[in-house]
Design a protein around this ligand. Sequence first.
Ligand code: GDP
Length: 444
Amino acid sequence: MFDTLSDRLTSVLQNLRGKGKLSDADIDATAREIRIALLEADVALPVVREFIKHVKERAKGAEVSEALNPAQQVIKIVNEELVGILGGETRRVNLAKNPPTVIMLAGLQGSGKTTLAGKLATWLKSQGHAPMLVACDLQRPNAVTQLQVVGERAGVTTFAPEPGNGVGDPVDVAKRSIEEARHAQHDVVVVDTAGRLGVDEELMQQAADIRDAVQPDETLFVVDAMIGQDAVTTAEAFRDGVGFTGVVLTKLDGDARGGAALSVRQVTGEPILFASNGEKLEDFDVFHPDRMASRILGMGDMLTLIEQAEQAFDQEKAEQAASKLGTGDMTLEDFLEQMQAVRKMGPIGNLLGMLPGAGQMKDQLSQVDDAQIDRLQAIIRGMTPAERENPKIINASRRQRIATGSGVAVREVNDLVNRFYEARKMMQQMAGKFGFGGGGGSAT
Ligand code: GDP
């Protein structure tokens, strides 16, 4: 969905690479290009203005970080501002203290409410809930049947007016559904309401009446991300007519520009809770502003890596390690420190998976085993400082002691020592080939 925006932003930010220091003119030029990219993607003008203002202020201000170069700093700022317009923190569904929790869906016809009801039900089930769907869209022919089909597919009960009783009153159906949910011990009720092709009074009134009847814990405004700037006006109309507590973006799998959907949060002040990106029940997820922002920036989870590098960064140690790397002076003590620094950044598989282009390597990465790394650490911790400096002095009985102390087999201690020597030799050879190591070195 956000491919074009993503491409544009990535190339703007890539132009900053390799720049030592950014002048105000560099920042202005970058901000101008980001502005165009956002406007072309249909992001609402007031949202763009605010965004650009913040980016400029922050990039020109004194946000200096030792761990990041100027380009990375701008990426970080742009990312944080994007996360900001998308709502900041991930917002979870509010569950009622006294079940059932009532979730009401509102939005235009075709926005994807009925489909969403099935997705929500599936998701709620996976979270350990016992949801029930309620068919209050009694206007559109087949809407009830469609919800029943969706409910069956999701494996949940659908509450609907009995056939043959005329059109029925959606407010009455809604009320009765809550009683039924209590009776049948459903802890969450998802109420599907009628939509129109355009906003109209009657539609709003009906939705407001259902709202008053069931007192929802959440009213979710469902909006098709493909409808462009109309998304913003529709959101405003629903906010004023019915009121809502959260937004669901649908059809994010489409190829429209989608920027309007990105403006909904900022314009209405209500958070985006879920995103739907396909017709299948599983094409659905909790909306995470941070993940969406990094997807838009098209840098894998590079940004998370930047953040974690900042946290785990220790200039002095990094320089020491770089200078030792090529000289053959590296000891098991250094090795332990390196491992600890890496582990501080999170599970190793995740870390590797965050690198751009790592997508295809997912399977191999999932085999990288944190437990294995933790065992190596335990073995090294079992050694004396002298042994860490020079593992050659570890004799057979010490190997046995270390193995017992760290809860591993002697074979693993032997393996570690052998592998350490191999790795050190390899690094020395590599250092010779590529000319690094030896004299100082830079960590960024
Ligand atoms: P409602 O009128 O608001 O209940 O909308 P529906 O749930 O009937 O959805 C309208 C159409 O959009 C249907 O053809 C759905 O299959 C389709 N649809 C819903 N959500 C998505 C989505 O996330 N991606 C895509 N591609 N289609 C969707």
